[in-house]
Design a binder for this molecule. Sequence first.
Ligand code: ZN
Length: 440
Amino acid sequence: MSGPLHAARIGLDLEEVGQRLHGAMARLYPICRSITGPGVRETLAILAERVPGLAVHGVPSGTQAFDWTVPPEWRIREAWIKDQSGTKVVDFARSNLHVVNYSVPVRATLDLEELRPHLHSLPEHPSWVPYRTTYYKRDWGFCLAHDDLVKLRPGKYEVFIDSELDEHGRLEWGEAVFPGETEDEVLLTTHVCHPSLCNDNLSGVVVAAELAAAVAAHRRRHTYRFLFIPGGIGSVVWLSRNAEKARRIKAGLVLNCLGDRAPFTYKLSRRGDAEIDRAARCVLRDAGVPYRVIGFTPYGYDERNFCSARFDLPVGSLTRSTHSTFPGYHSSGDNLDLVRPDVLAGSFAMYLAVLAVLERNRRYRSLVPDAEPQLGKRGLYGLQGGLQRRARPEVAMLWVMNQSDGTRSLLDAAWASGLPFDELADAAELLVAHGLLAPA
Ligand code: ZN
């Protein structure tokens, strides 16, 4: 294990990281994932190559989890539509988006008008194949480009879906825990249920895996828990099985949509002022990049469950575009070209920066609280008195000394002062070394 986690960014070759992340996405892209089934298993097996100690957990289909029932496990082998000449006009073998995810098995010959309600396209983006699911309603369907749909002539079509909904199956997820000096946990969670879609959400998956590798390789103060879960039902099931562990979560982030070129968005936790909310905002502010902060909403991804009325965990979400707002969302337009290596690497670096703040943020108590300490006699004041402006390291030290009453954290000082968090954390270390400050 190398140096402290908060120093993990030092010497990082972002170009190499970006290539590795994009390469990992390209490998995961063809797999037909869903909320259950072999696609998730195959994905977790690949992620285990990068995430040390990634364990696969699961519950049987039919398991009750709060208000939900775990659905049967879905498996699909083949799905196509043939026209009267025997030509496959839609074929799952060409793209797994072509079949509605969780379609029941079908073998039938139908007129176009009977088939038509089972066909989904995007007239406003006629070349894209939409992504549709039917997890909780027994149904079937196909998705195709609108350009192809309008070419279908009236007549008979042979429809075949070789799928299975196994009542004795399982819902599975991947989980890795990296213990730190304290049991306080940082949760990093991402959904692994989408098939061939990149920004939503292979980008979140590969960035989370890379973060897990970085966390595992460094000394750390907090304990880190990584979840690779099917969206929605996965977080419901996890919470229903881990209410005790959930209480240890002191900060959390939901990773999704981290590869498109949009500026960063931070979605606040339900609490709105949790440490993670202040840490993420501070990192974005200090990075000097365009970003926006949006309020909590009870939809989007798994923050809806981690931030439920009961659990109300301090879990936010740092993304590029948000859920449903980027061109290509939930369609074949969300492909390997949309998601760029340099963007993925930048997202990874921003997450590392947030973790660095969580690692370094703490409350201190001034050991000379009565008035401003005399920095000069300790060699901490490089300049003679009487100057109009103080040099920044000294300003940072004065802020830390002033704020360190045992109740305010370095993040509070970063907000009050407008100074970068790292400068305050460096100042705090120096002040501790000189006996002026002690951890509260
Ligand atoms: Zn989605």
